[in-house]
Design a protein around this ligand. Structure first.
Ligand code: KE4
Length: 424
């Protein structure tokens, strides 16, 4: 496939942008290829600057649950743009979106809109510390919660591939009160809570881990976290930046029937525009400035264009909740095709899938935590990535990400993808 223009743009970008990209995972480093520069997208397809078309299973890392350039969203955004882009003042849109979020997630009684998942998580952690008066937080090895200093400890996503699990530039003091437990390992949580419990402000967890590849919570694990945080008076924070409005309209908390104290959201909630949110019980959220003593602010928070994209996206999802069953069924078909390939070729392939999220690991499995996820054969993953790309299928350029199915993926897309998966 022709990639001259992408190569050219990448060479030039390397001069002006670190790594030629504005987010590390886009650099294709862990699959040893030059990144593709995308020209446009429509529905389930993206087209790169050399005119190559792909069935897109990255979906911008999650926001694209309706596919690219959904007409209803684009129409609304165009109209909003004509009224102006930003005022730095409250708008009715922010109330509409806050209402929709609180309606979708009963555990969220109040919500603050921000501009990225990182900002949402950073602010939620600060609020939890302000509310409890405690300093420690517990995160899980391989969970990624954005790049704020205190959370770049054994993080997932691209932080897993940079071979620098704890980022440089983060003073030791900033991570001193971040404790790390093992996903799906109750004992590791019990040990930390026995030692620090009275000082733990919150346990933050990806209710479905999607930044070490996709790793599902073992039955009872989330319920266990709910119980142990209540036991010690700590808060439970669900980082639903990926699972929010994706696992169900009520997110993972709706899917699993668990009520966290706080929730962070991103990606889908902004409909593809730079917007995220954090929320929870009234008494917790009223700690946030200007009501309470926890400071948090943002020039473009609740931006009129981003809230328009978010509102339209959530409206469509709320009115078409049948989409969730449909995209889960499509993801199941892809998962089965990948498993079949492994069986037929006699190679170890473990596929984890839940709802419209799935991920192929090249290891015996089961893959249920950081160690089993990182036992995957990364060369095999790179080969898989390259063969899919050569056949017009765009999956994550890293083992430690998810494959996302959208409502725009047709049965033909899925059949074609399964065919390629089986042929490889
Ligand atoms: P952002 O700051 O990238 O909007 O969100 C950070 C974040 C927080 N929490 C979870 C569970 C997340 O998955 C993320 C970001 N996800 C990655 C993909 N694994 C974003 C892709 C990228 O870094 O370019």
């Amino acid at each position: 496939m022709k990639t001259e223009r992408s190569q050219q743009l990448f060479e030039m970008s390397l001069e002006k942008i670190p790594g030629g990209v504005n987010s590390p995972v886009r650099a294709f480093r862990s699959v040893g290829r030059t990144p593709l520069f995308i020209d446009h997208g429509k529905g389930s397809r993206i087209v790169d600057v050399d005119g190559n078309e792909y069935i897109d299973y990255v979906c911008s890392w999650g926001p694209g649950i309706l596919g690219h350039a959904h007409p209803q969203v684009i129409e609304a955004v165009k109209k909003a743009c004509e009224k102006g882009l930003t005022y730095g003042a409250p708008t009715e849109n922010e109330l509409i979106l806050a209402d929709m979020i609180c309606d979708a997630l009963p555990s969220v009684e109040k919500v603050r809109l921000v501009s990225s998942g990182t900002e949402a998580v950073m602010s939620a952690i600060r609020t939890a510390r302000g509310y409890t008066g405690r300093d420690y937080i517990i995160k899980f090895k391989g969970n990624y919660h954005g790049h704020s200093d205190g959370l770049l400890v054994k993080a997932g996503s691209a932080a897993l591939t940079t071979a620098v699990p704890d980022s440089s530039g983060v003073p030791a003091g900033y991570t001193h009160s971040t404790l790390v437990a093992l996903y799906n390992d109750r004992e590791s949580v019990e040990e930390l809570m026995k030692a620090y419990g009275e000082q733990v402000a919150a346990i933050i967890v990806e209710p479905v881990a999607a930044n070490m590849g996709v790793v599902l919570p073992e039955p009872g694990f989330l319920e266990f976290l709910r119980a142990i945080t209540e036991q010690y008076g700590s808060l439970l924070i669900f980082d639903e930046v990926i699972t929010g409005f994706r696992l169900s309209y009520g997110g993972a908390q709706g899917f699993f029937g668990i009520r966290p104290d706080m929730t962070t959201m991103g990606k889908i909630v902004g409909g593809g525009m730079p917007m995220a949110a954090y929320g929870g019980k009234k008494e917790i959220m009223d700690m946030v400035s200007p009501v309470g003593p926890v400071y948090q602010a943002g020039t473009l928070s609740g931006n009129p264009i981003a809230t328009t994209a978010g509102i339209e996206t959530l409206k469509i999802l709320k009115d078409h909740q049948e989409y969730y069953g449909q995209i889960a069924a499509k993801a199941e078909k892809l998962a089965e095709a990948l498993r079949e390939r492994g069986r037929e070729k006699g190679i170890p392939v473990t596929v984890n899938q839940i709802g419209s999220l799935l991920c192929a690991f090249f290891t015996e499995g089961p893959v249920k935590d950081y160690d089993s996820a990182t036992s995957s054969d990364l060369n095999a993953y790179s080969e898989y990535f390259g063969r899919m790309l050569e056949n017009g299928i765009y999956v994550a350029p890293s083992q430690y990400e998810a494959m996302f199915v959208s409502a725009a993926h047709t049965d033909q897309d899925i059949d074609r993808t399964c065919e390629i998966m089986r042929e490889m």
